[in-house]
Design a protein around this ligand. Sequence first.
Ligand code: HAM
Length: 459
Amino acid sequence: MPIKKKAQAPVKAKAPTKAKPQAKESEKKEVKTLETLRGMKDILPREGREWADVYRQAMDIAHAYGFQYMETPVVEPAQLFIRSIGRGTDVVDKEMYVFEDKDGSRVCLRPEFTASFVRAHIQHGLLNLPQPVKVWTWGQLFRHDRPQAGRYRQFHQFDCETFGELDPVVDAELIAVAYNFLRDLGIETTVHINSIGSLEDRQNYIMELVGYLKTKRSYLCEDCKKRLVKNPLRVLDCKEEGCRTVLQDAPQILDWLSTKSKNFFMSVIEYLDELKVEYTLDSTLVRGLDYYSDTVFEFFATNKEEGSQSALGGGGRYDGLFEQLGGRPTPACGFALGIERVLYAMPKAKPPVEGSMIEKPPRIFFAQLGDQARRRVLLLIEELRRKGVTVDFNIAKTSLKAQLEIADKVQATHTIIIGQKEVQDGTAIIRDMDSGIQETIDQKKVYQEVMKKLKRGEK
Ligand code: HAM
């Protein structure tokens, strides 16, 4: 039987498949780039050396004066700063980065070091160590301020504190550390200094000051009208012209100091004279943090007009803070310098600090030709670096010409070249980058040869 062919359904003409249009270059989804938050700043490689150098300078001077390094966490209980710096201050009322942690506690990014250091000393019983206890640190701090020149939301301070000694020589020594640090960096510095006496002196003075300011209320700026109620002492350092005029005839805090505070202050001044620190008595200086008593001071650059507007740093005595934070009564004094402002005030063509990293470092460059040579070079580099020699190389480049060009760029004084032949016979070529003169040396003696050349001061 003939097999019937199944009737086939008519094949529909297939619509021609449309070729997917290629996304045009211009239509490609753009990936948005991200940037630093407002008031935050990257420290770029080109600034890195200067930062490292200033850090080293801070470390050297702190150690020379007998301060020991310590660190506290970036995140602290918000209460620590509310109880120390105080409500009514700009830092606590407006600038603290406070947030709720996952366990519901109120925490903040530290706006300063002083309160954290006091907390740490109470917490770890550090005051049982022989007194005075002298500590220093360096690090990032956070204040949600309106960003402007010299004012960031994340910034750095170099901070020194002395605990456990009620002697004017302590205040003078701390001022001298900051003063000499700034001078060594080439910044002509003046110290503004004042005494705000004891709590009792201040209370009497504030009554007198408020009485006077109330009679001149209409001449004060809007902020100072508020300060008159919240924190009258802050009126004293207002920069508005109207307020400055009013303050010319205001009662002066020095006239309200007890004999004890007055004598203490006079001694600090005498020590500064002996230490040859340049200072200016500034009766309107009160500082913006509540914990201070007696001596207060700030550092200004005198060789830069703009720099002289805002303080490079400040500090003072805070004999009541340990008790305020639950510790036993402990005299204390300290300072902090704002590093961004210090770097800005530094003369750009300053004489290099002795042994400075800003000075041209003795750089040795390694060039390699071939796989085996590369491995040998890596070993030699490791040896030299461990012995403290600054070494550079570029493993990605294979031609000698390209490598010598880089050696020039990084201002290497000498290049050590190893190729196949040198791998075989255990030698290396040392090339003087200025003269181009090359010598062959024993691979085992690369370190000695390099040191000989650097010591001889050939470069
Ligand atoms: P302070 O006056 O608040 O004192 O800060 C010291 C320095 O830190 C200022 O003079 C300034 O150079 C720098 N600084 C402050 N805020 C900023 C900012 N937003 N941007 C850039 N730099 C800034 C204290 O912090 C006290 N804890 C100092 C002290 C130590 N008192 C006793 N011991």
